[in-house]
Write a protein that binds this ligand. Structure first.
Ligand SMILES: C[S@@+](CC[C@H](N)C(=O)[O-])C[C@H]1O[C@@H](n2cnc3c(N)ncnc32)[C@H](O)[C@@H]1O
Length: 279
């Protein structure tokens, strides 16, 4: 189980990058009346509801937020009530996309979610299937980040290794010098027309260690797999690794001696469309 309530408070890094993407690329989307929109990996729903739904044309037909995590979907359902908005539990890389979602959407968004998905080819094939011909998608997700380096250090510890899977230690694109080219090829192979596929360097400073810690706990897929008595020790090791890897900056004369954490990371940004004529 992820921690939707905590994530709703500690999502500043994701929010800053997502807003950067919306500010720069939302204008590329051509809207018509009564359209259906899908948002993949909505998490707690806060970003989608406050920043995405508010930017849609007033007469959109429906907005569906999906997430693989039951706790995230339940939190979003209980927190946001809007008759034109629906939240569903869905693994975007499933081999069985529900029939009723095929060819259903004019636009797909996905913010800070697709780097969790190891079956990228299946995920893009599903998004292609769910779009209407002529539909488009605006996506952003992380490719390289200090947090991956922390997970890679943690997996060296025999105590944590049995609880860790590839999704946190290995980003599908990080090994490539030009990940945007690899992603663009995958999108074209899937059938998409790729208008934007770019890599963007981003910097974010967590206000203090507490904020960094809570941000990492909120969406840490390893914590739910741990015996509960081991969780505090895991969190301490995680923070210690951030210090060892020099992501923690001591700011002696600023911030009342608090440590702050700097993330220099890279995101991929995609704007692509499904051709009008089916290939
Ligand atoms: C960091 S949260 C991002 C939430 C929100 N989009 C935002 O930007 O604040 C990533 C979300 O992706 C979801 N996710 C991971 N793998 C997924 C999959 N295969 N299908 C759908 N959602 C997935 C996780 O459950 C998590 O809630």
């Amino acid at each position: 189980m992820l921690e939707p309530k905590l994530y709703s408070k500690y999502n500043d890094l994701q929010r800053a990058d997502n807003l950067f993407v919306l500010d720069k690329f939302l204008r590329l989307i051509k809207w018509n009346d009564h359209e259906a929109v899908l948002d993949v990996g909505i998490g707690d729903g806060s970003f989608s509801m406050t920043e995405v739904v508010s930017r849609l044309p007033k007469n959109f037909r429906k907005f569906v937020g999906c997430d693989v995590s039951e706790s995230m979907v339940n939190f979003a359902k209980n927190t946001y009530k809007n008759p034109a908005v629906d939240f569903v539990q869905l693994d975007i890389a499933t081999e069985n996309i529900p029939r009723e979602l095929e060819g259903e959407f004019h636009h797909i968004f996905s913010f800070y979610a697709l780097h969790w998905v190891t079956k990228q080819r299946q995920a893009f094939a599903n998004m292609y299937k769910m779009l209407k011909p002529g539909g488009d998608m605006l996506l952003t997700f992380i490719v390289r980040s200090p947090v991956y380096d922390i997970y890679r250090a943690m997996v060296q510890n025999n105590k944590w290794q049995p609880y860790m899977k590839n999704e946190v230690t290995k980003n599908v694109y990080a090994e490539y010098k030009e990940p945007e080219k690899v992603l663009e090829k995958l999108l074209r192979d899937t059938g998409f027309i790729c208008h934007v596929c770019r890599l963007e360097k981003r910097t974010f400073v967590y206000r203090n260690m507490e904020v960094f810690k809570n941000s990492c706990i909120a969406i840490n897929p390893v914590i739910p797999r741990l015996p509960s008595e081991e969780v505090p020790s895991y969190i301490n090791d995680f923070i210690q690794q951030a210090r060892n890897l020099k992501f923690v900056v001591s700011t002696d004369n600023v911030n009342n001696n608090e440590e702050s954490v700097v993330s220099r990371h890279e995101i991929l940004i995609v704007f692509a469309s499904k051709p009008l004529e089916k290939k």
